[in-house]
Design a protein around this ligand. Structure first.
Ligand code: SAH
Length: 352
């Protein structure tokens, strides 16, 4: 059955025209599904009852089922959902004092084999549809604010859950377009960040988009030798290819915009001050002046061979970067106790 939450308004209008309904029905439906986040046609009472019944027979307004919800002692919530065909989808709600962040998935599982990431152990299960991407956000917002409840203006979205967003590029971009619509969830582009492990041709394609969210690139090593081991995607596109793409992207930034490199700090592996220096040199070599580095201390898991760096090592790494003129921020891990932190999404049923 078609999942109408994944249909842009123009396509909804076509469906209604085939049903002999006026085009404004598409607006009513879109506002119900996205603006008020209603998940069944029956709740959208500005549509005539007979039409609602007809829609319920031929289509659906919801395809994800929440299997479980885990709440961390820091307030982070992890939603473990299932698609209609049984694949896991995970979404994380991260409250902070002045704003919320929702971290959503672009794929079920992930095909990349980053050595330090638990999601990698799942392999790729499948790409998520446009509707499945959008519905994750709807489900989380409804859990936090209630159906129809106003979304605070500061809500941020990050495509940093399971999967490689740039390997599901088309669906991701179309989903974000829908999410940002003023009659829908209305989370604007500047509040959305997409993270890629470095699918180089897609970085160029992304750079060409007229409207686009923010970009983050997961780097995690300053040399090919080290990155080949940590992130095998580096064998396909070397650091040089990646940095050239990053530079091309940087040139398309508007005034005041920046972009991010993420660097997962692995204790005793890539967290030495010599790596910090190599990283600063790398940015200088490609003349990347509008970047900031997000340092993510490793989130451990039993199946992973890595451990987090000591707080002293994190501070030393950050200070070295800053002394070399590179802005660096340390990300506080959130939801580690419920397997909700970066690199921990592996459809785990329990909390540990
Ligand atoms: N595939 C995309 C989107 C996932 S974002 C990407 O790699 O960018 C998830 C982020 O968490 C990435 O920056 C990744 O490097 C980081 N990460 C993965 N495993 C981690 C772990 N165990 N601890 C901390 N960060 C991790």
């Amino acid at each position: 059955m078609p999942h109408l939450t994944g249909f842009p308004r123009a396509e909804l209008a076509e469906i209604f025209s085939e049903l002999g309904e006026p085009p404004y029905r598409a607006d009513q439906l879109f506002r119900g599904l996205h603006g008020r986040r209603q998940q069944s046609f029956d709740e959208i009472t500005d549509l005539p009852k007979a039409l609602r019944e007809h829609l319920s027979e031929m289509a659906t307004a919801s395809v994800l089922k929440v299997e479980s919800k885990y709440v961390s002692r820091d307030g982070t919530r992890r939603f473990l959902m299932k698609t209609h065909d049984g694949f896991p989808v995970e979404t994380v709600y991260i409250p902070t004092e002045n704003r919320d962040t929702i971290c959503f998935s672009s794929q079920s599982g992930c095909p990349l084999k980053c050595d330090f990431c638990l999601t990698a152990k799942l392999g790729l299960l499948r790409n998520l549809t446009i509707g499945e991407i959008v519905e994750q956000i709807i489900i989380v917002l409804n859990d936090v604010y209630g159906v129809g409840g106003e979304t605070p203006h500061g809500t941020n979205l990050v495509a940093m859950g399971a999967g490689e967003p740039f390997l599901n590029f088309e669906n991701l971009i179309r989903a974000i377009e829908m999410i940002s619509h003023k009659d829908g969830l209305f989370i604007v582009y500047s509040r959305i960040t997409v993270s890629t492990a470095g699918i180089v041709p897609k970085i160029y394609e992304f750079a060409k988009l007229e409207r686009r969210p923010n970009l983050a690139i997961s780097l995690s090593a300053p040399t090919d030798e080290m990155r080949n081991i940590l992130m095998p995607i580096n064998k396909r596109w070397k650091i040089d290819d990646l940095m050239q793409a990053a530079k091309a992207f940087e040139k398309t930034l508007k005034r005041g915009e920046r972009f991010t490199f993420e660097y997962v700090l692995l204790g005793g592996v890539n967290d030495g001050v010599e790596q910090a220096r190599a990283l600063a040199r790398l940015l200088a070599k490609y003349d990347l002046g509008r970047v900031k580095i997000n340092l993510i201390p490793h989130n451990p898991a039993e199946q992973l061979d890595y451990h987090p760096p000591t707080p002293e090592q994190v501070a030393a790494f950050k200070n070295e970067l800053e002394s070399l003129g590179v802005s660096a921020y340390v990300r506080t891990p959130r939801g580690r106790d419920i397997y909700a932190a970066c690199g921990q999404l592996a459809a785990k049923a329990g909390t540990h």
